[in-house]
Write a protein that binds this ligand. Structure first.
Ligand code: ACO
Ligand code: KIV
Length: 517
């Protein structure tokens, strides 16, 4: 099976992402991880761009032993000299020279004729070959270069001694078919093209960088260039992890392999994101937080039954421990039950139905339901007295110049009637409690009221504890909700349920007085 060389330019093209600036030590840290990932070439920077980057390239060159270490260079002798100064200590020094070849770049940027471009490229490659064992030549903006001239440039570069010919779609302009055809044409028309490695370097301006890279592989290139997480100029470069996982997942289609240790992908992605400050979007292919996460109930049910229903690759392949079932408003009972069992709260079908209803109410309000949320819900239900009264709805009206008014609808479980009342109070909580007293007819003294959050974040769950006393009977109640007023109502009603149950038991003479439930 053909091996594809992976040329990683995270530390050069990736660092050209606006706002990214890596120190020498950060570049060494990332380079070390890239080496662990198994990339074949690490383009560590552009030595001529600054003394700092020259030093960074030098330090990477001293550190990395199992990958070639490269610097970018213009077709300028001074750039080549500085690259050599940085790379000469490398185990495997590699120079990447570029020169633009498209009409736009020739006319407006370089102000060179075609012949001048040919001569400048040839001169730079010949000079570089005096120092470097491996010289790559890039025809910058190859994607918009006339194919005849591009073949001429490649031919002159090979004659000058280039070992690798890289044809960048510098501005991400081409489609996969157009880009693949360039390599097909070079194979057909350039003498001695088989003496060099052909390389693809794609940008994502139209979102086709990875597709173009894969098309180039199918057209026979031996090397692809890209970055981790797809960072880079403008919309970025081809994402190496996406190319790698496409080759792996569709092995029978591509019939190529790489030397990458795929289990290092997740760790490498996280390190690059951390040190560059380039956040990875949740929906990013392969390494995004959602790549192996499922929320929809039908998907969760399918994945629980057989992962292949909704996963074409395993999280373990890239170094993750497991897929994530995200519990939220789209989840179903299967995932809900599975999660509670994982948390140590296995439930009967009846309990699941009761808890699932509360879970859905909560999920309608919260972006993501955390494990703490689920535990709080279960414990609230586990702790709840069998319910005499259940809260159906709550409405509060409050104004700084008017008395707060609460109106509640509470269902009496024994006869199923919906009881509705309203009451004013000194505050919203007082109004709620007074309304519950009116509905239930239970008048108890509130002796304790406490609130605390049981989960983190702005939409965290609030937990309310109350203690009520009535004729030497003391009961407690607990309620949780993202809304503390609702949590207060639930806690108070929980206490009233306990009170009612307690009095029923007392009437049966089964329990001692003044025992706190
Ligand atoms: C597609 C890519 O990503 S290419 C890499 C892009 N990366 C960078 O540019 C980051 C590092 N760059 C730098 O630090 C600076 O541009 C330097 C140090 C390389 C050059 O700085 P300066 O000497 O001030 O030149 P400046 O950046 O203003 O302009 C670039 C010059 O190089 C010339 N040039 C551009 N590409 C090449 C090339 N491949 N070979 C030779 N000359 C080139 C331009 O024509 C221009 O020359 P001019 O000033 O005579 O018109
Ligand atoms: C220097 C070259 C390879 C480049 O980065 C580009 O053309 O995108």
């Amino acid at each position: 099976m053909r091996t594809i060389y992976i040329f990683d330019t995270t530390l050069r093209d990736g660092e050209q992402s606006p706002g990214v600036n890596l120190s020498a030590s950060e570049k060494v840290e990332i380079a070390t991880q890239l080496e662990r990932l198994g990339v074949n070439v690490i383009e560590a920077g552009f030595a001529a761009s600054s003394p700092g980057d020259l030093q960074a390239v030098r330090e990477v060159a001293k550190t990395v032993k199992n990958s070639s270490v490269c610097s970018l260079s213009r077709s300028v002798q001074g750039d080549i000299d500085q690259a050599w100064e940085a790379l000469q200590a490398a185990e495997s020094p590699y120079l990447h020279i570029f020169l633009a070849t498209s009409p736009i770049h020739r006319q407006y940027k370089l102000r060179m004729s075609k012949e001048q471009v040919l001569e400048r490229a040839e001169e730079a490659i010949r000079y570089a070959k005096r120092f470097f064992p491996v010289v790559e030549f890039s025809a910058e903006d190859a994607g918009r270069t006339e194919i005849d001239f591009l073949c001429e440039v490649a031919d002159r570069a090979i004659q000058a001694g280039a070992d690798v010919i890289n044809l960048p779609d510098t501005v991400g302009y081409l489609t996969p078919e157009e880009y693949a055809n360039i390599f097909v044409e070079l194979r057909k028309r350039v003498p001695n093209v088989d003496r060099v490695r052909l390389s693809a370097h794609c940008h994502d301006d139209l979102g086709m960088a990875v597709a173009n890279s894969l098309a180039a592989i199918q057209a026979g290139v031996e090397q692809v260039e890209g970055t981790i997480n797809g960072i880079g100029e403008r919309a970025g470069n081809a994402a190496i992890e996406e190319i790698a996982m496409a080759i792996k997942t569709r092995e029978s289609l591509y019939q190529v392999q790489t030397t990458l240790n795929l289990k290092e992908i997740d760790r490498t992605s996280r390190l690059v994101s951390k040190l560059t400050g380039m956040f990875v979007p949740g929906n990013k292919a392969v390494v995004g937080a959602n790549a192996f996460a499922h929320e929809a109930g039908i998907h969760q049910d399918g994945v629980l039954k057989h992962k292949s229903t909704y996963e074409i690759m395993t999280p373990e392949t890239i170094g993750l421990t497991e897929s994530r079932l995200i519990l939220g408003k789209h989840s179903g009972r299967h995932a809900f039950r599975d999660k509670l069992t994982q948390l140590g709260y296995p439930q009967s079908d009846e309990q699941i139905n009761v808890l699932f209803a509360r879970f859905k109410e909560l999920a309608d309000r919260k972006k993501e339901i955390t494990d703490d949320d689920l535990i709080a819900l279960v414990e609230e239900k586990l702790g709840e007295a069998s319910e005499v009264y259940t809260l159906e709805s709550i409405h509060i009206s409050y104004g700084s110049h008017s008395l707060p008014t609460a109106s509640l609808r509470i269902r009496h479980q024994s006869h199923g009637k919906l009881l509705e009342e309203a009451a004013c109070g000194n505050g919203s909580v007082d109004a709620i409690f007074k309304t519950i007293d009116r509905i239930t007819g239970e008048k108890a003294e509130l002796v304790d009221y406490r609130i605390h959050s049981v989960t983190q974040g702005k939409d965290a769950l609030g937990e309310v504890h109350v203690r009520l006393e009535q004729n030497e009977i003391s009961v407690r109640g607990r309620g949780v909700s993202t809304d503390v007023l609702e949590a207060s109502a639930r806690a108070y009603l929980d206490a009233v349920n306990r009170l009612v149950k307690r009095k029923e038991a007392d009437q049966k003479g089964e329990l001692q007085k003044k025992v706190t439930v």
